[in-house]
Design a binder for this molecule. Structure first.
Ligand SMILES: Nc1nc2c(c(=O)[nH]1)N(C=O)[C@@H](CNc1ccc(C(=O)N[C@@H](CCC(=O)O)C(=O)O)cc1)CN2
Ligand SMILES: Nc1ncnc2c1ncn2[C@@H]1O[C@H](COP(=O)(O)OP(=O)(O)OP(=O)(O)O)[C@@H](O)[C@H]1O
Length: 207
């Protein structure tokens, strides 16, 4: 258990992330997107035909997912991205290449987004994903993950196919050297990918 509670830890990790990202040159940021994409593609089952992959639309400080989405779609896979509902559960919509990544905001509600003409597939669409890529402020060696604090992904992951790997994306340096706090509702991830393309697998389900 960490000495800090989740809220305090989130505060510290958000500040560290802002500083980390502010220090990146545009070239490093682009390289990060490419490294993440290559590493995540390694989790897509080879030769099994088109897969369905859940990815998030990265905000400016998050590990960038635009290149990953582009490459998945180019390879013929289906990419779903989350739409946050009023009760902090997640609905899913097919990703549209060109609009994903580095959007200024992530809407909490469906209202504006449905006005944009999005197709909502329902929270259960996650059950049809072969791979689930999730955002995280940090992850530890046991797969405990700290997110933005809405609990959206913990709720959403209840719908996943247990056979589908859940992979967190983090910046280089965000693999926590000490165990992160884990509450009973927290769903651990199976592994992580960093912005330098490092891949890790959680050592066990127990934190
Ligand atoms: N890119 C991306 N998309 C994502 C997530 C994410 O972490 N990253 N989510 C991961 O779950 C869900 C959205 N989660 C959200 C979490 C917080 C806020 C938000 O407005 N936060 C306020 C502070 C809220 C508070 O602390 O009370 C803010 O940032 O001002 C919005 C969406 C689904 N989509
Ligand atoms: N399955 C669930 N059902 C109901 N409430 C939940 C569930 N999972 C999490 N919550 C609630 O959501 C809140 C935030 O949870 P937590 O701090 O674990 O968020 P997080 O995992 O960091 O965020 P996120 O999943 O959005 O990235 C907590 O108050 C928690 O009780």
């Amino acid at each position: 258990m960490s000495a800090l509670d989740k809220g305090d830890l989130r505060h510290v990790l958000r500040r560290e992330r802002r500083e980390r990202v502010a220090a990146l040159t545009p070239a490093r940021r682009e390289a990060a997107g490419a490294a993440l994409a290559s590493a995540v593609l390694g989790f897509v089952p080879p030769d099994a035909g088109p897969a369905t992959v859940a990815v998030y639309e990265s905000l400016p400080d998050e590990p960038p997912t635009g290149e990953l989405v582009r490459r998945l779609v180019e390879a013929g896979h289906t990419v779903l991205v989350p739409v946050t509902l009023d009760d902090w559960s997640l609905d899913w919509t097919p990703a549209r290449v060109g609009t994903v990544a580095d959007r200024a905001t992530t809407s909490r509600t469906t209202r504006e987004q449905t006005a944009e003409g999005l197709t909502l597939l329902g929270p259960d669409a996650l059950a049809r994903c072969d791979l689930v890529v999730v955002p995280a402020l940090a992850v530890d060696a046991h797969g405990s993950r700290l997110g933005q604090g809405g609990g959206c992904y913990d709720r959403a992951l209840a719908h996943r196919d247990p056979a589908a790997p859940v992979i967190a994306l983090v910046h280089d340096g965000e693999l926590s050297p000490t165990p992160l706090p884990r509450e009973p509702h927290d769903v651990p991830v199976d592994g992580w990918v960093t912005t330098t393309g490092e891949v890790g697998r959680a050592s066990s389900a127990g934190g």
